[in-house]
Design a protein around this ligand. Structure first.
Ligand SMILES: Cc1ncc(COP(=O)(O)O)c(C=O)c1O
Length: 432
């Protein structure tokens, strides 16, 4: 146990009482002590089509024997081009260029660097600053934690990039127990105008936000908020990046939140559900003109963008991704959350309103969060997460919030189990 330094884990506590998963199938994880556990978070918001998909496993195996690897620098392989062409069928109209990475964190770093490269290429070198948002999670690399807004992920790692932050949009006083998007709070987008004026728009390269923030506690955008950000970015000639690492691939009932909310950013970052979590792969979807500007600014025959990864467009990851897209299309999974099952999810989750200790329920598509009343430092989320596991359900805790992002293949009986488990724990822990 000592040798594996586990990520984002209380290592000592875990190793004292390990939770080991041996195999997974459909909606279920199976532990080494013979228990069957409902995967209410689709792994880490990534197993959108459910576990153990034969089609993806076959594609991975076949690709490993056909072409396991070749360099993506100055060499190409068909499957990389094929996958890029397939992916842009799901992206907003003007985002037709794909830069491949291996993770969401790398997609964020790449998007930030593309933003700077673009501003340089069009002669706007003074635009070097970014604007992120409080409570945002954009992965763990230095660019990502700079634009990110979670204190524990940032402190101790400075100095970071020149970034300022928008206020987050969580507002329990006005919006608790909203079904879908909250009605109050569009004015929080106006803070962007203030930040832009404070720093001077000519110094800002890009604004980056998650359309729905996930790891910060499932925080939804107030109605009209994202459109307002788009208007302000366009008005001040600033790029808008949507980090859709979680909100992509059907989570909100469409391929991307951008499509669901009808707001087109200049770039989208993606990962996770892009391969159903089977093989690491991330991507940045880039507006055509941004890519063309960077490429055309380079000298003929010279590398235009000094950036890329050994495993960009890894053939096995691309094969997994293509098979994943086939499953999404064949089973209508990208739209499923906006249909009947999404309605059932909403009404079931909100039936927890009134249970002891619960101060908010939030949902959209097949994402959800239940927030508990707890004094700071009480570790209530971790305790509930542990209790859920003991009762046969895997969830994510973010502070005092329990977050859900189940596979999009979820059925009503699974939703019932989620709600029953949580209400029994609420009564056990909070009833007087
Ligand atoms: C919005 C967002 N961006 C970036 C990341 C980082 O992705 P990864 O863990 O693949 O580096 C995550 C991970 O949860 C995320 O939720």
């Amino acid at each position: 146990m000592d040798h594996f330094w586990m990520p984002f884990t209380a290592n000592r506590a875990f190793k004292a009482a390990p939770r080991i998963i041996e195999r997974a199938e459909g909606m279920w994880l199976y532990s080494d002590d013979g228990r069957k556990i409902l995967d209410a978070t689709g792994g880490l918001w990534c197993v959108n089509a459910g576990h153990g998909r034969q089609k993806i496993a076959d594609a991975i195996a076949q690709q490993a024997m056909k072409l396991d690897y070749s360099s993506p620098f100055n060499l190409g392989h068909d499957i990389g081009f094929e996958f890029a062409e397939r992916l842009v069928k799901y992206t907003p109209e003007n985002l037709n260029r794909v830069f491949f990475t291996n993770s969401g964190s790398e997609a964020v770093e790449s998007a930030l660097k593309i933003a700077l490269a673009y501003q340089n290429a069009r002669g706007k070198k003074g635009k070097y600053r970014f604007i992120g948002r409080e409570k945002a999670y954009h992965g763990v690399n230095f660019g990502g934690i700079s634009v990110g807004g979670l204190t524990y992920n940032r402190k101790g790692f400075g100095p970071l990039l020149p970034v300022d932050h928008l206020p987050h949009t969580l507002d329990l006083k006005r919006n608790a127990f909203s079904k879908g998007l909250p009605e109050q709070g569009i004015e929080r987008a106006d803070e962007l105008e203030n930040l832009l004026q404070f720093h001077d728009p000519d110094s800002i390269a890009a604004v980056i936000v998650e359309p729905v923030s996930g790891a910060g506690g499932v925080i939804l955008p107030p109605i009209g908020y994202l459109k307002k950000l788009r208007e302000l970015c366009t008005k001040h000639d600033v790029l808008l990046i949507f980090d859709e690492v979680i909100t992509g691939w059907g989570r909100l009932g469409a391929s991307f939140a951008s499509n669901r909310f009808e707001v087109e950013p200049d770039m989208i970052t993606s990962a996770k559900g892009i391969t159903n979590g089977t093989v690491p792969l991330g991507a940045v979807f880039v507006r055509d003109e941004i890519c063309d500007t960077v490429i055309n600014a380079g000298a003929e025959g010279a590398i235009e963008f000094f950036h890329g990864y050994t495993y960009s467009a890894h053939p096995i990851a691309c094969a997994a991704g293509l098979a994943t897209m086939d499953i999404y299309d064949e089973e209508g999974l990208l739209e499923r959350a906006s249909g009947e099952i999404g309605d059932y999810w909403q009404s079931s989750l909100h039936s927890l309103n009134g249970e002891p200790g619960i101060v908010d329920v939030r949902n959209y598509g097949l994402i959800g969060a239940v927030q508990f009343a707890a004094p700071d430092g009480s570790l209530v989320g971790s305790k509930i997460m542990q209790r859920c596991y003991e009762k046969g359900m895997s969830v994510r805790a973010v502070g005092d919030i329990i977050a859900f992002s189940p596979p999009l293949t979820i059925e009503k009986a699974h939703i019932d189990q989620i709600v029953e488990t949580l209400s029994s724990i609420a009564r056990e822990m909070f009833a007087r």
